[in-house]
Design a protein around this ligand. Structure first.
Ligand SMILES: [Zn+2]
Length: 618
């Protein structure tokens, strides 16, 4: 083992003082399940749930889910206590498989983790059924009024489980360290379709009742539900799109390469293990770009740009079918194992489909984001392997996990060559499929399966356990971006009209690079000139819009503010909202304006987003 064990001790992974820190010991601790997730209050190591069945009715009028969940566990057990996570749920009663009532109690409420929910089992209890309903405080749920949807006639709801929100709509052992199968029956109002991260219907059922089954074991954060006036359309034999009827054709056209993406991904790192791959395009309040719910990616409508320029997001969510869903971080400290691998995989899919000069633009944009963000992060948040004890796991969703993780893997590729890297990753996914993993296990696996073989001495320890970007971070070059940057200079010495011809074949990414590189001293007249020629303030591309608005706030370019307000009220994607509100909060005048807009916008955001913006504006 070549990484410094003192770091592990420092991070507090090992608490037993008698333990000697050898590779053998780490293996033993892992196989004896001694590595605990600090973000669950449940006894998932002692008595893990094996299968869960949900029986829920969707009540739009009262904005709640009502019904029951049945958990099965090993009948051969050493404890009579089943301990679950629960947050903001109203529990009515608990029975076992014979219908006998079981006693239960709640521990103290913790703002971060919720409450420990302990159920006393009888010796012969084979399962528990919990009768409950969600409440208005259930953080996973977003309830949308008809006017917040595309069709404006029916309400809509969806869940967001990652990271620790599943416990707010299902009482469960809510940890990525557990894998369960699940089934469900969901009752909806008329003219509505329910879909889940499971086998899905393709037409609306007139009896308003839908059955689901997820046969592959998944961590509870990947249980997901969406209900709305949905329709389905195939893209090819194993991929398709769910969306509101008025958006469906547009979405299918945008995502027409989905089937090819699955083929390319399989060619890289092995068989797709989840049968179908579908995408649901949600209303604009969805707080993320996408969520990799297995079999059914949840996606923001902000990727529907009309020119297929933002589909790398689908490549990303699809890649999670291997990294994250097949091989899962066992704790949120190891989140980079989900995301760094996924970004690497995503860019390999994009390279295979659209060429290296395209994927290098994405890599360079990623690098720029990393450099920008790292300055705002405390040193202890700049490590790949984090210590999130006492913190919200969502705070780990930074470019460290995504981009530093990506560049770590790319550095490995640079050293060993692509062929060896690919056969290593193929083996890694295969050896860990349907399992969970922590960083230390990965390091041992890496040493044994890639580095030892070639006697490579690399600064693995620095990359994973130290802050900053190591000096051997691969350098990305993009000729297309160099050209875009040079046109910024051209523009500063002439006018926007002179750029028209030279930019005629530009992709979205070149425009992003261009806008990002406008100098700080650019004045309002120059922005107006650009806007008049290229109409940025009214762009149909959300990435361009968000970046243009950011520039407009910096320069106080008022003509953009009207559409900025519309954007902030309509779009709930945190990636866009956070930097815009942050920039607005830097000047007194803009902050007053931002608070007024936020009053109108907040109701349209999911908890994940308004929780972030609340902190930012107050
Ligand atoms: Zn991801």
């Amino acid at each position: 083992m070549k990484y410094h064990l003192s770091t592990l001790v420092f991070l507090g992974i090992y608490t037993m003082s008698s333990c000697s820190y050898s590779e053998e010991n780490i293996k033993k601790e892992v196989s004896n399940h001694l590595i605990m997730d600090s973000h669950t209050l449940s006894n998932y190591k002692e008595l893990p749930i094996k299968h869960s069945h949900l029986d829920l009715e969707v009540d739009f009028e009262n904005k709640l889910l009502r019904g029951s969940v049945t958990h099965n566990f090993n009948e051969d057990r050493d404890t009579d206590l089943l301990i679950l996570d629960s947050k903001h749920l109203e529990i009515d009663s608990v029975k076992d498989h014979q219908g006998d009532h079981l006693n239960f109690e709640f521990g103290n409420f913790d703002e971060l983790l919720g409450s420990k929910f302990s159920i006393q089992l009888y010796k012969e209890s084979k399962s528990v059924t919990i009768f409950y309903k969600t409440t208005s405080k259930s953080e996973a749920l977003d309830w949308l009024m008809p006017n917040q949807t595309a069709g404006k006639r029916f309400p809509f709801m969806y869940t967001q489980g990652q990271s620790i929100f599943t416990r707010s709509w299902i009482p469960i052992q809510d940890t990525p360290g557990l894998r369960i199968t699940y089934s469900a029956n969901i009752k909806t109002p008329k003219n509505m379709m329910a879909v889940m991260s499971a086998s899905n219907p393709q037409v609306q059922h007139s009896e308003n009742s839908y059955n689901f089954e997820m046969k592959q074991p998944i961590p509870p954060y990947l249980i997901a539900l969406a209900v709305g006036n949905l329709q389905f359309k195939s893209v090819d034999y194993r991929t398709g799109v769910y969306a509101e009827p008025s958006m469906l054709d547009e979405c299918v056209d945008e995502l027409t390469d989905m089937g090819k993406m699955v083929d390319v991904a399989e060619n890289l790192y092995g068989k797709y293990d989840w049968d179908r791959y579908d995408v649901i395009v949600l209303p604009p309040s969805f707080p993320f770009g996408g969520m990799e719910n297995p079999r059914l990616t949840f996606a923001t409508p902000t990727i529907i740009a009309g020119d297929r320029s933002l589909v790398s997001l689908i490549a990303h969510e699809l890649a999670h079918s291997w990294s994250g869903n097949l091989v899962t971080n066992a704790t949120w400290n190891d989140f980079w194992l989900n995301e760094g691998f996924t970004v690497y995989f995503e860019r390999r899919i994009m390279e295979s489909l659209y060429g290296k000069d395209y994927s290098e633009m994405l890599a360079l944009l990623g690098y720029q984001d990393l450099v920008e963000e790292i300055n705002d992060l405390e040193p202890d948040m700049q490590l790949l392997r984090l210590n999130m004890l006492g913190k919200h796991p969502d705070d780990a969703m930074t470019d460290i996990a995504y981009e530093k993780g990506y560049f770590f893997l790319r550095m490995l590729e640079d050293h060993v060559g692509r062929e060896k890297m690919d056969s290593f990753l193929l083996r890694y996914f295969n050896d860990h499929k349907f399992k969970t993993i922590i960083t230390e296990e990965f390091i041992i696996y890496l040493e044994n399966n890639l580095l030892n073989e070639y006697n490579e001495k690399l600064n693995i320890n620095e990359w994973i356990f130290e802050p900053g970007i190591p000096a051997n971070c691969p350098k990305v070059k993009s000729v297309r971006f160099e050209n875009a940057a040079s046109l910024v200079d051209d523009f500063m010495f002439s006018d926007a009209r002179s750029l028209k011809e030279k930019t005629a074949n530009w992709s979205t990414h070149e425009w992003l690079h261009f806008i990002k590189h406008l100098p700080n001293n650019i004045n309002v007249d120059q922005l107006r000139d650009l806007d008049n020629v290229f109409n940025f303030s009214h762009s149909g591309n959300s990435e361009i819009l968000a970046l243009w608005f950011l520039q407009s706030i910096k320069s106080d370019y008022q003509p953009a503010f009207e559409n900025l307000e519309i954007f902030l009220i309509k779009i709930g994607r945190r990636k866009f909202l956070q930097p815009l509100y942050l920039e607005l909060s830097k000047s007194k005048k803009h902050k007053i304006w931002a608070k007024e807009v936020y009053k109108k916008a907040r109701d349209n955001y999911h908890y994940v987003s308004f929780n972030t913006i609340d902190k930012l504006l107050n």
